[in-house]
Design a protein around this ligand. Sequence first.
Ligand SMILES: *Cc1c(COP(=O)(O)O)cnc(C)c1O
Length: 245
Amino acid sequence: MSQPHQIADNLARVQEQIAAACARSGRNPAFVQLIAVSKTHPVETVLAALEAGVQHLGENRVEEAESKIPAVEARTLHRPTWHMIGHLQSRKAKDAVSLFPVIHSVDTVRLANKLSRAAVETGRTLDIFLEINVSGEASKAGFDALNWQREPARREQLQADVLTIGALPGLHLCGLMTMAPIVERMEDARPVFASLAALRSALVEATGIPLPDLSMGMTDDYPVAVEEGATWVRVGRAIFGERRV
Ligand SMILES: *Cc1c(COP(=O)(O)O)cnc(C)c1O
């Protein structure tokens, strides 16, 4: 288990890496936000991260968040923003809306509809990202965007989905999210991030819906994601250490 001072040191190192990636790519670091992914980690560890200055926390399971979020909030004055980053079943949409103000993993129109209805019922506006499967890996969730540059039909489907979801009440469509495949060198993830950034531009152009945010980059690849335009990076192990599974 990571000690509080280790978490603070790790956090400082990640922030430095983000700043360095911004400097290399001529970006303003004020436009890159860090989500500390606390999934599997206990309340004490989350509290240490908040103490070290973390403002955004990422969780990937509703069940885990249902106990962890109230337990953390009962013990801190630093009110974090909780981000849902993992696969969400439609039947858990309502629970997710009550726990998370931001959901990065909206992977079907059906789920977006359910979230919209739940948000309206509770009088909230939910920030959402559309999870995009850029690499076409069968194991990955997300809207299928494989070869979107070369396949007009795929592009048109994505445009239609953005227009449908962008019009739903209760939701604010922030942008796109992706997970790069696991690669040996982080440089090999670059094409996936560049493709998501290009897809964002194409969708904004075609739909007129602004998609200001890109949620991309994890421990093994976030510097490259920042160079390619990430506005949110989701980093777990580089802050908290390896997860015990
Ligand atoms: C676990 C997870 C992360 C963080 O992964 P690390 O490799 O620990 O940085 C980011 N995004 C999603 C969707 C995750 O499930």
